[in-house]
Design a protein around this ligand. Structure first.
Ligand SMILES: Nc1ncnc2c1ncn2[C@@H]1O[C@H](COP(=O)(O)OP(=O)(O)OP(=O)(O)O)[C@@H](O)[C@H]1O
Length: 230
């Protein structure tokens, strides 16, 4: 039997702005299995990033149960969530979010600074991560000296360096041309297939979704498949 890594039961998310409360995600049920590569699609404003941020522990649900691995994210304080994230989730964003003053190596090392690993052990893991993404020879380069595709691969190395269970990617190829995008997606597929990473990726691009093992559509805060069954 497949092992469930992410499980949502009756998850809702509301935002309050002034006197107005809007519900962005409505009563979602969802299971993601270990080894899945899930593409999350849907129109602008349908709640994709909101859902991704819940799954990655960047935000908490307003109602419902949210489990990732053994953790009940809906019951954690924000300090607990911060600690949990550092150990269990790697993040990849559209605009890479690399620190411009640090070399590629030092950017990749960042998540390990929160661990008890020695400097030598950290550098060993950094080199392995840069090797996996095919940038072993770019470790000393600053982000400005890298192409967009290379910068995103450095960001992916940073996301995997602490060996997280889950990778969450928000439009990871939104800023890249087709060929470079396909290379980055091929790398995510390799991490999924060869390294067993469970991946959740938000994308607008149907071609990007083809690299995933599953696609889910959100519409106005509901999972469309679920709505179709109801
Ligand atoms: N912090 C917030 N406060 C208030 N409203 C928010 C907040 N974050 C998101 N929203 C609202 O929630 C809705 C869903 O936003 P979300 O970013 O999840 O959509 P999305 O599907 O990722 O959109 P896009 O494809 O344009 O990135 C939007 O209407 C947005 O305005």
């Amino acid at each position: 039997m497949a092992q469930t890594v992410v499980s949502l039961r009756g998850v809702s998310k509301r935002y309050t702005r002034g006197r107005q409360t809007i519900e962005v995600l409505h009563n979602l049920d969802l299971d993601i299995d270990k080894g899945d590569f899930l593409a999350l699609m849907g129109p602008s404003g349908s709640g994709k990033t909101t859902l991704l941020n819940l799954i990655g522990g960047l935000d908490r649900p307003s109602a419902g149960e949210l489990r990732v691995g053994d953790a009940r994210l809906d019951q954690m304080s924000s300090a607990q969530l911060t600690r949990w994230r550092a150990q269990h989730v790697g993040f990849v964003f559209q605009f890479y979010n690399l620190l411009p003053v640090l070399s590629a190596e030092r950017n990749v090392e960042l998540p390990l600074l929160l661990t008890p690993l020695s400097a030598a052990e950290r550098m060993k893991r950094v080199r392995i991560a840069l090797q996996i993404v095919g940038l072993a020879d770019r470790g000393k380069h600053k982000p400005a000296e890298l192409s967009g595709g290379q910068a995103q691969r450095v960001a992916i190395a940073r996301a995997i360096v602490a060996d997280p269970t889950l990778l969450v990617c928000d439009e990871p190829t939104g800023d890249l041309d087709r060929k470079t995008a396909d290379e980055v997606l091929g790398l995510l597929q390799l991490l999924n297939r060869e390294h067993g990473k469970t991946i959740v990726m938000v994308t607008h691009d149907p071609k990007a979704a083809e690299f995933a093992t599953h696609t889910l559509h959100l519409d106005k805060g509901r999972l469309v498949e679920q709505a179709a069954h109801a």
